[in-house]
Design a protein around this ligand. Structure first.
Ligand code: IPM
Ligand code: MG
Length: 362
């Protein structure tokens, strides 16, 4: 089996974590006899430095041509003063839109080995396994009109929160289908007590739910959801929500697990094509120190195996290798908590080596 993977390492710690992810992919190739063909492209600040655009046409076409996209992170403080249209973050929004990656899956799973790394009480978080399904190409992120203009003699900034029926419908289907493979519960998060966009969202999610009679649907206002995620996260199975609420809640959910450095993500379209990236950012302050956790990126490769290539065995092989290495006590700095006699601090490259060796030798 041959697969083409576009490698968009990006800025900051992106290249470092992608290197470790590639070690895991190489191990998977050897173990299962697949062939991965990699094509590198620039995205974010490094692309801007190269050609004045954070998302060059050539990068979009390489990504479109590939079976899957593997992305590190974009952004650096040195680009903070740039105009909005050429900021590195724009590239992320642009590639999501260009590839029609409307469904963003962000699992938040608490590993037993890392329970000490969470800031919450053990009994609250032990066993947490939430799949956040975030709509990724609509909402206030992309709505028109938008801008900064003079209105009534003073400057005003505005963005339009808008959802089209079809956009809500297709993300709702993804959420229900995801729930069918899990614990058959969907919680749809909105702000229907205030926002019209949310009233339509709720109505459509409810209509779509009739196609999935086995799935239990509940609705929750976003402020309450933010609170419930901390109070009792185990009540959630699949959470489905719009782009902006999902952005905020997925960061919150990630901290249940102790570290942003653990969480992978998949951004999917209607076809098999997907983009896989850690949910953390580019952390320019940590660049070049060999201390960041590559696990989120490595687990994103597992999601690629599962969602783009339909290779569950390969996905599990990566996930089991991560668990085994954690069980043996290896920790990067962000998850170096607990009894120091039974854990060992390792750097980014060592963690990548340990996991890829484990994939090959188990
Ligand atoms: C994310 C990020 C992005 C977003 C930024 C970097 C544009 O926060 O993927 O969650 O807001 O979607
Ligand atoms: Mg975010």
């Amino acid at each position: 089996m041959n697969y083409k993977i576009a490698i968009l390492a990006g800025d900051g710690i992106g290249p470092a974590v992608i290197s470790e992810g590639l070690k895991a992919l190489n191990a998977i190739e050897k173990k299962f006899g697949y062939r991965f063909e990699y094509e590198k492209a620039l995205i974010g600040g490094c692309a801007y430095d190269d050609c004045g655009k954070p998302l060059p046409e050539s990068t979009i076409s390489i990504a479109k041509d590939a079976d899957a996209v593997y992305l590190g992170a974009v952004g650096d403080w040195k680009y903070d003063a740039l105009p909005a249209e050429v900021r590195p973050e724009r590239a992320l929004l642009g590639i999501r839109k260009a590839l029609n990656l409307f469904a963003n899956l962000r699992p938040a799973i608490v590993f037993d080995e890392l329970i000490e790394a969470s800031t919450l009480k053990h009994d609250i978080i032990q066993g947490v396994d939430i799949m956040m399904v975030r709509e990724l190409t609509g909402d206030v992120y992309f709505g028109q009109p938008k801008g900064i203009e003079i209105i009534n003699g003073e400057r005003a900034g505005f963005n339009n929160m808008i959802y089209f029926e079809k956009e809500v419908e297709r993300i709702a289907h993804v959420a229900f289908q995801t729930a069918m493979k899990r614990n058959k519960k969907v919680c749809s998060v909105d702000k229907a007590n205030v926002l019209d966009a949310s009233r339509l969202w709720r109505e459509i999610v409810t209509t779509v739910s009739t196609n999935y009679p086995e799935v239990e649907l509940s609705h929750m206002y976003v402020d309450n959801a933010a609170m419930q995620l901390i109070r009792n996260p185990k009540q959630f199975d699949v959470v489905v929500t719009g782009n902006i609420f999902g952005d905020i809640l997925s960061d919150e959910a990630s901290m249940l697990t102790g570290s942003l450095g653990m969480l992978p993500s998949a951004s999917l379209s209607n076809n098999e094509k997907g983009m896989y990236e850690p949910i953390h950012g580019s952390a320019p302050d940590l660049k070049g120190k060999n201390i960041v956790n590559p696990i989120a990126t490595i687990l994103s490769a597992a999601m690629m195996m599962r969602y783009s290539f339909g290779k569950n065995e390969a996905a599990e092989s990566i996930e089991n290798a991560v668990k085994a290495v954690l069980k043996e006590g290896y920790r990067t700095q962000d998850i170096y908590y607990g009894n120091k006699d039974s854990i060992r601090l390792v750097g980014t490259t060592q963690m990548g080596d340990l996991i890829s060796n484990k994939i090959l030798n188990s």
